[in-house]
Write a protein that binds this ligand. Structure first.
Ligand code: SF4
Length: 355
């Protein structure tokens, strides 16, 4: 079934007008769907009832329902949403001081097969999300940040469930709504798409009028290790990926974020740090070191804090900007690589949010 909010703005305006309605009316409906993010035609209070009835029968709105939420001690909140076919996804509202970031999913599960990843190990791959299922997560988190903390959701990271570049059409259509000042109005500087190295579609992301930030998970400087923990490296070898990253034309103020999940005994040695520094030379980048979060779905272990410190120090000593990512939401499995669609704390009242 084609839900109305999966149409592009132009297609949607066309449909409304072909029903004998004015441009003005079409704009009102577009605003309800893309800016406010309503869940039912009943909420469109300035649209005449007969038109609402007609549209609701022919063009339903994407169902999107919160099933449950968990709050972390550090203020992070993980939401579990149910989709039209009963599949479930997770999104996370991360609180870091005064700054709120939404961590958004792009697929139900993921088919990249990273062996350290709770998403893949727990549910495999089910399906791509539609554009509306992507931007509705943003609308929902934005409204919750406003309701709970009286603050703005300022940043977005596509680091939830799924490989965003494996669902590039939906991603780009959703970004049209997310970045448009008439709708969700996020700055391209505040949005980051994170990929495991899905080389084929990096160019499509960079063909956007104003490309968003790119984060790429490297996770090992050795192709032999990387292909074991990230099978995508068989298709797009590390060498090709790095070559691509060196040639990307970046906005003057932007750098690529290279992500490196440190896993005990797998990729955290000083030799790994040395090879990594060599590998990334020539990429305009900063490095995010992520301490692996153990999960029930894998046997990998967290690295020793001293090993992490040594790794970071080596990078810094060799003029690489290297940061250790804060471990927000760890106690509720909302940290990086921990989303599994398995949120089970109190089921909330059925919340077809009225906004
Ligand atoms: S780490 Fe990311 S790309 Fe890899 S399987 Fe998990 S969700 Fe997919």
């Amino acid at each position: 079934m084609k839900f109305i909010d999966n149409l592009s703005v132009a297609e949607l305006q066309q449909i409304i007008k072909s029903n004998g309605e004015s441009n003005y009316r079409a704009d009102q409906i577009v605003e309800w769907l893309f800016k406010r993010g309503v869940y039912s035609y009943d909420q469109m209070s300035n649209i005449p009832l007969p038109l609402r009835d007609k549209l609701s029968t022919r063009y339903p709105i994407t169902p999107f329902k919160e099933v449950s939420r968990e709050s972390s001690l550090d203020g992070t909140i993980k939401f579990l949403f149910e989709l039209s076919d009963g599949e479930r996804i997770e999104s996370v509202l991360l609180k870091d001081g005064d700054r709120f970031t939404g961590c958004i999913s792009s697929q139900v599960g993921c088919r990249m097969g990273c062996t350290f990843c709770a998403t893949f190990m727990s549910i495999g791959f089910k399906r791509n999300l539609t554009p509306a299922e992507i931007f509705k997560q943003v609308q929902y988190l934005r409204n919750e940040a406003d309701k709970l903390f009286n603050t703005r959701l300022s940043n977005l990271v596509f680091m939830g469930m799924g490989e965003p570049l494996d669902n590039i059409d939906s991603l780009l259509q959703a970004l049209d709504i997310i970045l448009n000042d008439n709708y969700l109005g996020f700055s391209h500087r505040k949005v980051t798409v994170s990929t495991s190295g899905y080389l084929k579609n990096i160019d499509r992301l960079y063909r956007m009028e104003t490309p968003v930030n790119l984060a790429v998970s490297i996770n090992s400087p050795r192709q032999s290790v990387r292909k074991d923990i990230m099978p995508i490296s068989n298709k797009y070898p590390l060498e090709e990926l790095v070559k691509k990253l060196k040639t990307l034309e970046l906005d003057k103020r932007k750098r690529i974020t290279l992500e490196y999940i440190l896993i005990d005994g797998v990729n955290d040695s000083l030799e790994d740090a040395k090879l990594f520094v060599k590998l990334i030379k020539g990429i305009k980048a900063k490095v995010n070191l992520i301490i692996y979060n153990s999960s029930e779905f894998t046997d990998f272990k967290e690295p020793d804090p001293k090993v992490v410190e040594k790794f970071q120090n080596y990078l810094i000593a060799n003029k690489v900007s290297a940061f250790i990512r804060k471990r927000l939401g760890k106690d509720i499995s909302a940290a990086c690589g921990q989303l599994s669609g398995a949120t089970k704390l109190q089921e909330t009242d059925s919340q077809e949010a009225d906004q």
